[in-house]
Design a protein around this ligand. Sequence first.
Ligand SMILES: Cc1ncc(C[n+]2csc(CCOP(=O)(O)OP(=O)(O)O)c2C)c(N)n1
Length: 320
Amino acid sequence: MENKEIISRLYKSMLLIRTIELRIAEIYHTDAIKSPVHLSIGQESIAVGVCDPLEKSDIVSNTYRCHATYLAKGGDINAMMAELYGKKTGCAGGKAGSMHLIDIKNGVLGASAVVGTTIPVATGYALAMQNEAKLTGHQRVVVALCGDGGTEEGCFYESINFAALHKLPILYVCENNRLAIHTPLEKRWATEQLCERMSTYGIETYKIDDADIFKIRDTVSKVVTDIRKGLGPIFIECATYRWFEHVGPVDDHSEDYRNIAKYQEWKRNDQILRLEKMLDLTTRNQIENEVKKILLAAEEFAENSPYPDAEELYTHVYAN
Ligand SMILES: Cc1ncc(C[n+]2csc(CCOP(=O)(O)OP(=O)(O)O)c2C)c(N)n1
């Protein structure tokens, strides 16, 4: 059994992500938020289980469905909310929106709307970290997360091969929610043996099929230690379920491509409720109040921040 401090920390991190995403869904229709939003409600245990064992100087990278990883790695929540509002104080100056969160200071690489493209960038970062360690003596680790759809891109396989060849300090994590927009895995993959496919690159693989927050955290904790020692890349597949529509603020379980029985099953497996039950009422109330305060402050920060100046349209277009 994990100790109370760890349970409280994991609960707070997952609750913060869930609460902010539910709030985003609530205010989305007011047009305060200026960008499309890809919510990861239901998938929180992956981001939190993966980021919890990392050091502050380690790096994570994710796709457009990036709120959870950004927050779990310690990304600035005020800057995230301001980015969604299109404000000058946003983490990308209010010009990029929800799909392109970035917080280099806290180890969050820039996300991208183009499926798969963050994977080679993260792999290149891992190469730089391998070189950096020769000078500093300390090996930072990069974690590249992507969806099951991301693993269908050529650059995913090119990156894994390159990382395996050069024993790069990188962990690849697939958040397998079995959907690429509206197309289920059964219509896209001839076999579901993703880990077996990855192991042909000569790397160690792990599959976690129940989104158990402790299993994810323990596995990542072990493999990151190995990666830091120079053992090369490792791949983890985490099964999960997206509760909301692909993009936007509502749940779309009435749609044909959805499976309501699966949804109910995954809801019963909700890791936030699981941890909630492990905590005493006083601790829970305290955490819930802290989360509410953080969220309220972020919303106020975003609302009260100015929009970017018109001249900003002409900056960051070309590299200097
Ligand atoms: C290169 C590229 N091809 C197609 C798209 C259109 N597209 C946007 S999201 C998406 C599905 C990706 O699914 P997955 O990687 O499993 O991530 P999830 O949305 O489930 O988190 C696709 C095909 C795109 N953005 N980029």
